[in-house]
Design a protein. Structure first.
Length: 255
């Protein structure tokens, strides 16, 4: 679908936006991603147009997202919902066993040392093993991560994505994060809109669909999302169009 076939804009939307592959194109290594001034300005204006109902929902940690988007500080769900900072600034973390995570980290360090094409991203409560630099190592990456997840027990689960396999605490995902946001101000009572590009975003699409919101898939792939945008540039243009159309209405309605 192209932009003119997207849902008509409404002032009561609450935005939930993935980061990598949605607002930003992927980089070979996660730390190489950069946020430009244009995106910061767009998010600042979108936050105002949506009455503060804008949250970033990412596999990255809250700390990493704050570093990327500084000086902008937004509500954030990090590490696939394992940590969540609400609009009032309160931060909730789903803390797993540090001892178990330490053993898993040591195994993954040995694995990446033996295979230069694998990149380990230690997010604190989740581990991401990237094979974007060596797609041929996909089976090895999935096999090793699955074995580690099994050894960690039921408190952890495996999550696959684009050129990445992750281990994260069980019971939390982007869907649960969106539901948690939606129950609190300034998101409560608004129509949820979630934009994402990866398998990790499907849980969010499901929650938004059930709530009667708008789920937007970025890029190719089978999905339960109901709308589609081509790439990160198309996402930015669509969000900018929303701000241009809705912001004047919001200003007129203000006392």
């Amino acid at each position: 679908m192209t932009m003119h076939r997207m849902p008509p804009f409404a002032a009561d939307w609450a935005f939930f936006l993935d980061v990598d592959g949605t607002l930003l194109e992927y980089a070979a290594r996660p730390h190489e991603v950069r946020v430009d001034a244009g995106l910061l300005d767009l998010l600042k204006r979108l936050h105002a147009a949506a009455g503060g109902a804008l949250a970033l929902v990412s596999g990255r940690s809250v700390e990493d997202i704050d570093r990327l988007f500084a000086p902008l500080v937004l509500p954030v769900a990090g590490q696939h919902g394992t940590e969540l900072r609400a609009a009032d600034g309160t931060l909730r973390r789903h803390a797993p066993s540090i001892e178990k995570l330490g053993r898993a980290a040591a195994e993954l360090v040995r694995l990446t040392a033996a295979h230069a094409g694998l990149v380990l991203e230690n997010k604190g409560m989740t581990f991401a093993l990237h094979y974007r630099l060596a797609p041929g190592l996909r089976m090895l990456a999935e096999q090793e991560m699955r074995a580690i997840a099994v050894a960690l027990g039921d408190a952890f689960e495996l999550q696959t994505g684009k050129f990445v396999v992750e281990i994260k605490p069980s019971g939390k995902d982007k869907g649960s994060a969106i539901a948690e946001f939606a129950a609190r101000a300034p998101f409560a009572g608004r129509k949820p809109v979630f934009v994402g590009d990866d398998l990790t975003d499907e849980a969010g699409f499901e929650v938004v669909n059930v709530a009667g919101g708008h789920s937007v898939k970025v890029g190719p792939g089978i999905t339960q999302a109901r709308w589609h945008l081509f790439d990160a540039d198309a996402v930015r243009r669509w969000l900018a169009s929303y701000v241009d159309q809705i912001a004047p209405r919001t200003a007129k309605a203000a006392p």
